[in-house]
Ligand binder design. Structure first.
Ligand code: UT7
Length: 330
């Protein structure tokens, strides 16, 4: 029987119009543009400022753009997954809200919680539905309104994050698409990067609000070290497993810190021109970094190009996914 691959057949992204620059942050906390750029590579990030808007409102313009770009009828979508750590609400799933807002009526939808690795985990899961023939068109959305869980009085974290969304369409293909994935989790790392309150373990109370526990906490150094070693190890493992040539490969890394991205590229032996980077414009948008950077590089990709996607995030979660690109630029 011929193998069916899950191919990305279209991609789109959205970031809100308001921009928060390093100069703006210099006025808010004790930081400098020089510190932020030299430690992270970030120059600005987009923030969804309009009240009454959630992560679904970042995803909807991206999904509409994708449906239009690929000429896809919402009625033909079988399945919608949204990777997010900032769902509109604890339930129902943000994917359900997005589906409703764009008129997707014949699909089942759910959210995926794998923090910054959400997009990679989601592609791996979705690919199984395509490969087994149980879905023909799947939307994989990464959407995060990180500004809602960012404490703009904490200089350790407030320079890092931004808001954004990206989406890909997955369809069956006989040749190109997702070839392999390696995914890992280590729950003992949860103490280094998490949201302290608001879940069932520590529900919201006056005390949790006063203690600013509804903003994300990160102990940066251990996360940094693990991110470099785990993303590099797993990406090299994928290269060796498939004999992927360093001179032709594209690296599509999660955008959390330019120094992490560069270190992973070096470990893989890649020329910097083969490493996709746009962290300077958007910061860390959690589940949205990979589709945002892929969208920026879409015009440079050709049918058959080999890509390794890799991410590391809260949990800890990490992974690498190897795919071949399925289409030439329009
Ligand atoms: O996406 C999910 C995964 N997340 C990541 O991969 C992020 C991993 N971590 C990192 O990217 C880095 O650890 C950070 C960018 C968060 C921090 O960079 P660092 O080089 O690890 O700095 P540090 O935490 O070791 O802090 C160094 C110094 C400290 O001062 P002292 O204690 O040495 O006097 C901090 O207080 O820098 C200080 N600092 C700042 N200074 C100016 C921390 N934040 C700032 C700031 N401006 N915004």
């Amino acid at each position: 029987m011929q193998k069916i691959f899950a191919a990305i057949t279209g991609i789109a992204a959205y970031t809100p119009p308001d921009v928060l620059t390093n100069a703006d942050l210099e006025k808010m906390v004790d930081t400098t543009d020089e510190w932020i750029v030299s430690r992270t590579g970030i120059r600005e990030r987009h923030i969804l400022k309009e009240p009454g808007m959630g992560s679904s409102d970042l995803a909807v313009p991206a999904v509409k753009k994708l449906l239009e770009k690929t000429g896809t009828n919402p009625d033909d979508i079988d399945m919608v997954i949204c990777a997010t750590v900032t769902p509109d609400m604890a339930f129902p799933a943000t994917a359900n809200i997005i589906s409703d807002k764009v008129g997707i009526r014949n699909a089942f939808s759910f959210d995926m919680a794998a923090a910054c690795s959400g997009f990679v985990y989601m592609l791996a899961v979705a690919s199984k539905f395509i490969e087994t023939g149980s879905a023909k068109k799947i939307l994989c959305i990464g959407a995060d309104k990180m500004s809602t869980i960012t404490d703009y009085t904490d200089r350790n974290t407030c320079t890092l994050f931004g808001d954004g969304a990206g989406v890909v369409l997955l369809e069956p293909n006989s040749e190109y698409g997702i070839q392999d994935h390696i995914l890992r989790t280590d729950g003992s790392g949860r103490k280094y990067l998490y949201l302290k309150a608001g879940g069932s373990f520590k529900p919201a109370s006056h005390e949790t609000v006063d203690a600013r526990e509804h903003y994300l906490f990160q102990d940066g150094q251990p996360v940094y070290k693990m991110a470099v070693s785990k993303m590099a190890d797993i990406s090299v493992e994928m290269m060796e497993k498939h004999n992927l040539p360093a001179d032709k490969l594209w690296l599509v890394p999660h955008q959390a810190n330019l120094r992490i991205i560069e270190a992973v590229g070096r470990r893989m032996g890649l020329d910097p021109s083969r490493v996709m980077v746009n962290i300077q414009k958007y910061g860390n948008t959690t589940s949205a970094t990979i589709p945002l950077v892929l969208t920026d590089y879409e015009s440079q990709l050709r049918k058959g190009d080999q890509l390794v996607l890799t991410a590391f995030g809260g949990g800890f979660t990490w992974g690498a996914l190897y795919l071949t690109w399925a289409y030439d630029p329009a």
